[in-house]
Design a protein around this ligand. Structure first.
Ligand code: ATP
Ligand code: MG
Length: 245
């Protein structure tokens, strides 16, 4: 079926189609489609646009990624289908490693995701056969490769709450991209960008490009003036207000 660009839900339909393709080719897990549905519901409530709150969070996140010594971007089956090129470009811009992390892990799925990232320009992809573990995670998401173990800052688009908490406990600074401001992931992360990954990842890159030439003190100032709790409160209020009016 060919999607018509004039359809009012064109962008949303494209994402669904990409994920269905991902499921059929063994890249996305069946449960990943359900997780996307939860995300879609929140995106609908946000009006499917990037809010000023998400802009602010993305700016702080870009500053943190640029200040990081060893940043890592975590990739799963959904993000590999939704925005592979954008993830690779962001990694390049901020000097981050890409590491695959899967709830429904199989080596075959991981290899397919690595292949997609390479096709989109990634030189090195971690996490195909990880041998280490992050303690305190009750799923195969506990598996970690060298990049994750050594990292100081981790970007987790579409994450599970328990891994977010475990990464924070392991001493990492965590940036989450999650459409649900109430999820455990959103609540536990140091910086939460409440936005769709298809918008948030390119936004992060644009912010990083803009901040790249700045001095360390300026980046630190941006980071320190950001308050995640307040940002999440504002997003939640924004959703409620849209409901009321
Ligand atoms: P948590 O484990 O953090 O409490 P959860 O169990 O409710 O969250 P999961 O199924 O673990 O949710 O992960 C899916 C999360 O990813 C949801 O919070 C959902 O809102 C979010 N999500 C799904 N699709 C997208 C997307 N395209 N962009 C951003 N976030 C998304
Ligand atoms: Mg979860």
């Amino acid at each position: 079926m060919k999607l018509d660009r004039r359809h009012p839900r064109y962008a949303s339909l494209l994402q669904r189609e990409a994920l269905v393709k991902g499921y059929e080719s063994g890249v996305t897990a069946l449960a990943g489609l359900i997780a996307h549905g939860r995300g879609e519901a929140f995106d609908y409530l946000l009006g499917e646009v990037t809010t000023p709150m998400a802009e602010e969070a993305a700016e702080a996140a870009a500053a943190l990624l640029l200040l990081a010594e060893k940043p890592v971007i975590s990739v799963n089956g959904n993000t590999a289908m939704l925005c592979p090129r954008e993830l690779v470009d962001l990694a390049e811009t901020v000097g981050a490693e890409l590491e695959i992390n899967l709830f429904y892990r199989s080596e075959e799925r991981a290899r397919k995701i690595a292949e997609i990232l390479r096709k989109n320009g990634a030189k090195e992809v971690y996490g195909v056969a990880p041998e280490n573990e992050i303690p305190g995670i009750a799923s195969l998401r506990k598996l970690a490769d060298r990049a994750m173990i050594l990292s100081d800052v981790v970007l987790v688009p579409l994450e599970d709450g328990d891994r977010t908490e475990a990464l924070v406990k392991a001493g990492k600074k965590v940036i989450a991209i999650d459409l649900n401001p109430l999820s455990r992931t959103s609540q536990a992360a140091d910086i939460t960008i409440v936005d769709n990954v298809v918008r948030a990842v390119p936004l992060l890159r644009t912010k990083a490009e803009k901040l790249k030439g700045k001095k360390k003190e300026d980046l630190t100032r941006i980071l320190e003036s950001f308050d995640n709790r307040r940002n999440l409160e504002e997003v939640t209020k924004h959703i409620v207000n849209r409901f009321i009016s």
